[in-house]
Design a protein around this ligand. Structure first.
Ligand code: SAM
Length: 334
């Protein structure tokens, strides 16, 4: 049973988390600290949360800080989450990149999945790219580099191993993708095939840190992570992301997320069910047919229920996956 946290202990945990990760806990999240930190507290022989925090701050043991931070992250994810960004990658961005490679004006494609959790987001992109190499001979397997980062050690360990079982292998992954891009490893678990895994590099990275060391990217995804931050820090992350995009580079947010006011240099582009934000100093966006560019004066409208036309999953299957996701999210909100 979880040990009850006092108001002052909760306040101190909240300050610690805010300072270290920018994750912002609202007043009603004391239960979350109790359910996630109680076991660590007991395992390390601390009688209360203050004692646990004191040990974290004294680095006794050194790994305790990361353990506490890891436990406080929410790593909810699934394959092809929202579908629309992945459809846009396949139908709009990759054809444009293939044309540029063909014309000799581009030599590689760089993507950053910032807050990649257990790896479903970058591996989904890698699978789509693999398919595209068959449609566009100009796209060679080595042209795409995906950097995938997260703060959570346990999520990164799963991502790096690339082995999924239970619900994790099912959620959002069409059967034909599982058959083509995974190998069964026993116990109902499946390993991502090497050709999909090898173009993804996983690294630990805190979004509080400077983005300059990461280099520049054609696409950055900061999906379903800004929701944990306060508005000022959301803006800071988005400004840093804008600065890390190449000319004409593209930023994807989650379907329920929008660009807050005060982030300059990004224009909203809508193509079918997809919405993305494109660096505006490129003049006319490079993506073929992306004519409906809007300045981000108003927040983006939520994207309509997205179902990938090219995906093997049916509408009903997508709805079922979303319902399961809502149920899981509801678990965190109890
Ligand atoms: C809900 S998951 C989103 C995963 C994926 N982007 C998706 O859309 O499915 C949010 C992730 O953000 C990570 N995260 C939270 N705060 C972070 C920070 N300050 N720096 C880097 N990652 C962070 C968490 O560890 C978690 O894995």
């Amino acid at each position: 049973m979880a040990t009850t946290i006092t108001t002052s202990e909760f306040e101190r945990v909240r300050e610690f988390l805010q300072r270290e990760t920018s994750i912002s806990l609202t007043d009603d999240k004391a239960y979350l600290v109790e359910t996630r930190l109680s076991a660590i507290m007991k395992a390390h022989g601390h009688a209360d949360y203050d004692a646990l925090l004191a040990a974290v701050q004294a680095n006794r043991p050194r790994e305790l800080r990361d353990l506490v931070i890891d436990a406080m992250t929410t790593n909810e994810t699934l394959w092809f989450r929202d579908n629309a960004p992945f459809d846009a990658f396949r139908d709009h961005l990759l054809p444009a990149y293939a044309g540029e490679i063909q014309a000799g004006t581009r030599s590689r494609i760089r993507i950053w999945s910032a807050a990649c959790s257990t790896g479903q987001e970058p591996y989904s992109l890698s699978m789509i790219y693999d398919e595209a190499t068959r449609r566009f001979p100009a796209l060679r397997p080595g042209h795409l580099e995906i950097l995938a980062t997260d703060l959570s050690d346990s999520a990164l360990a799963t991502a790096t191993a690339g082995v999924y079982g239970g619900m994790a292998i099912q959620r959002g992954l069409p059967d034909d993708f599982r058959e083509r891009y995974f190998s069964a490893v026993g116990d109902g678990r499946f390993a991502v095939r090497p050709e999909i895994r090898e173009r993804v590099a996983f690294r630990k990275f805190n979004l509080r840190d400077s983005f300059i060391v990461m280099g520049s990217f054609d696409i950055i995804l900061t999906r379903y992570v800004l929701i944990y931050f306060q508005d000022d820090f959301k803006r800071e992350v988005l400004r840093k992301a804008q600065g890390s995009l190449d000319k004409g580079g593209v930023l994807f947010l989650g379907a329920s997320e929008s660009l807050p006011a005060g982030v300059a240099g990004l224009a909203m582009v809508r193509r079918g069910r997809a919405t993305w934000y494109q660096r505006t100093d490129a003049g006319v966006p490079r993506v073929a047919g992306a004519s409906d560019v809007r300045q981000p004066a108003a927040p983006a409208r939520p994207v309509a229920e997205p179902v990938g036309p090219g995906s093997a999953a049916t509408n009903a299957e997508h709805m079922a996956v979303r319902q399961r996701l809502r149920d899981l999210n509801a678990k965190y909100d109890k």
